[in-house]
Write a protein that binds this ligand. Sequence first.
Ligand SMILES: *Cc1c(COP(=O)(O)O)cnc(C)c1O
Length: 406
Amino acid sequence: MTWYTELAERYGTPLYVYDLDRVAAARRDLLATLPDEVDLFYAVKANPHPEVARAVRGDGRVRAEISSTGELAAALAAGFDPAGCLYTGPGKTTGELHEAIERGVRTFSVESLGDLRRIGAVASRHGVVADGVLRINSASARATTSIRMTGAPSQFGIDSETLPALLGELSSVPGTRIAGAHFFPLSNAKDEASLTAEFQHTISLAAQLHEELGLPLRLLDIGGGFSAPYAVPGSRAEYEKLRVELENELDTYFSGWRQGGPRIACESGRYLVGDSGTLLCGVVNVKESRGRRFVILDGGINTFGGMSGLGRLLPAAVRLDGETPTETASLVGPLCTPGDVLGREVEVPALRTGDVLEIPNAGAYGPTASLLAFLGRPAPAEVVVRGTEVVSVSRLEYHRSYGEPA
Ligand SMILES: *Cc1c(COP(=O)(O)O)cnc(C)c1O
């Protein structure tokens, strides 16, 4: 029996195990990939578990990127400084802005003029000035593509071609000042070349907006795209040339960046926490239907992969104590919906009721990205370990409260 199956026996399945040593390794690797002067925002949505987020925080070069009061609470519980947080999202309400500012958040990603006005109104009521970092939806394709195409319509960001007309108004919203620009054009980049090209494009566009329009740039958040496998075997991407290429690009466009003019930041979620997590599910039943095999697990899209509930099927692959895959089956969960599928026709070892499967690389977009409340099963247990030491055991709970909501 392995250490993880022992944990599954002790705490029951479905069970998440997060290893803080692996979080620390990912953090170290990603920071080593970036120039020393570049800050990193952790997208708390990838895994808001307080101990996991605390391990990502480390000694302070990593700040929190949050987009709800729940994520704010998670970030604070993990020890992040609210003054260093970046609050993002296209639908920030007056109520949540009030709470964020009250708790000390001062920097907001701005998705539209209306968004900035709402931020400013709340900041003014608190007698503070909020920093607005304009999220830019770039009108052009990456610099390396010869085809110039218009950026897609989106609820995210301000269309870059509208900035010349808008910047005056954006700059005079009471209770705010424009502090810089925020880009997030890409997630889970397919390789180092596309990640680098996207960053290069972003840096040159930011420089152009700064020079041509006078866009203030104290903070330039160039986004992310650092990739990691999701629910399949494999390891995090390695970026061997990125550091030097970023330094060259920044030297070309911003002579003062090493002295903080502007301060540069990147963002990551999955890379930092993805490979720290393993999901263990018990096999409840194995059945055949019209020549196809179904392995029915005690955890499905209520445990992992709300993303698949949203129409994106997970390519989940599984491990069973060193056994090699010998057959093909669909991995399905316990829910009463044909949509509860973690993997369709995937390679699996010969499985029997009672086996415990490991789904690797499940540390990002786990429980909180899942359909936890659907069909009323308890949330999976989450065990945090450091090597072979158990740090904590917990389970998310949801309950109905009467008479409370405004
Ligand atoms: C979700 C999100 C991230 C994290 O994306 P990963 O692919 O997990 O690194 C970063 N920035 C923003 C603005 C996001 O919405």
